[in-house]
Design a protein around this ligand. Structure first.
Ligand code: 2RA
Length: 334
């Protein structure tokens, strides 16, 4: 049996990865429809061996579809996910629009896949740095009982989209030619820099991105009392996010038991032999399905503490792959 799938935001960085991954993973497709803004409507693109005309995403374009994968703005998702659900499709939304809605499951399939089955037409995909972080933190929670996390992210420009990826490339080329480096996507030049500013600042000094780690982490892991303090930093990396985590647990920890717990968890690899310079790095994880965890060590600054480093492809596990894995989970559950 094949499924009719629509993609809203088909021309964006994540939208392009949706198309690639549906093909690479041989998702059982009977029809693929591509939707974008009016500006892109009418363009023809080659996708999965067929020429597809991009349609404008409207409230009436979802009839007959089984799944609609969204990676557009929160405004677009708020307007169109309900319409997709009303048309009988399952809307899997990569924006933050519905993540904290009590009626919308927020899902990382390896962690709380079952929650996807309780959907009422919309399923939320977590924020990229949250999904990647939890691929390291959750197996350790299962082993030792997670109480508190301090996380520092090193986020790739792909998290901002294709325009930011292009800007970083242009800045590096300008530098190589000795030309002036211009910037427009971020408040400052990103090449050779690090910006402690991802998303909007809130009154308490944290950013919305930093609060996602707390709020989404609590919902996905069903840990309402989990404490998280996060600092999100944009770095001149093209595609994969990295996160440094210091975590405190209920029960005594050991590096050996931590490595075993992570190795036993689906979707994440232990990459941890620092004496031989073996640890996960963003360049190694671009285009990888799994996330990698390394630099695992006892954190003596905490009771039952572990420090570790998680790396994952922001466009894949941080966005497009996780959404498609949710659809795969529902298909397998039928
Ligand atoms: C970012 N988490 O990295 C946001 C969106 N992917 O910019």
């Amino acid at each position: 049996m094949g499924y009719k799938v629509g993609i809203v935001g088909a021309t964006g960085a994540v939208g392009q990865e949706f198309i690639k991954l549906l093909g690479d993973r041989k998702f059982p497709l009977s029809e693929l429809k591509l939707f974008a803004s009016a500006r892109s409507a009418g363009k023809q693109v080659e996708a999965l061996g067929q020429t597809i005309t991009i349609e404008e995403a409207t409230e009436t374009c979802f009839e007959g579809l089984d799944f609609v994968l969204f990676s557009a703005s929160g405004t677009v998702s708020k307007a169109l996910c309900p319409a997709a659900a009303k048309a009988g499709a399952v809307a899997i939304d990569n924006s933050s629009a519905f993540r904290m809605d009590p009626d919308v499951p927020l899902v990382v399939p390896e962690i709380n896949g079952e929650a996807a089955k309780s959907h009422k037409g919309i399923i939320a995909n977590p924020n990229c740095s949250t999904a990647i972080s939890l691929m390291g933190a959750y197996p350790l929670h299962k082993a030792f009982g997670l109480k508190r996390m301090v996380a520092s992210t090193y986020q790739a420009v792909s998290g901002t989209g294709a325009e930011a990826m292009q800007e970083l490339e242009d800045q590096l080329k300008a530098w190589a030619k000795g030309e002036p480096i211009e910037h427009s996507v971020y408040p400052y030049q990103i090449a050779f820099n690090a910006l402690p500013h991802v998303d909007v600042f809130l009154e308490d000094g944290y950013t919305k991105e930093e609060m996602k780690m707390l709020n989404e982490g609590r919902k996905i892991m069903s840990l309402p009392d989990l404490k998280v303090s996060c600092t999100c930093v944009r770095v001149p990396v093209m595609r994969s996010h990295s996160i440094s985590i210091n975590a405190e647990f209920e029960r005594p920890v050991s590096v050996e038991a931590a490595r075993e717990a992570i190795a036993a968890f689906e979707g994440v690899d232990v990459v941890d032999d620092p004496a031989n310079k073996v640890y996960p790095m963003p360049l190694d994880y671009a285009g990888k399905v799994n996330c990698g965890v390394g630099r695992i060590r006892v954190d003596s600054a905490l009771d039952n503490g572990l420090a570790f480093w998680v790396v994952g492809d922001q466009l894949w596990k941080g966005a497009a792959l996780n959404a498609i894995q949710i659809a795969e989970y529902l298909v397998k559950s039928k």
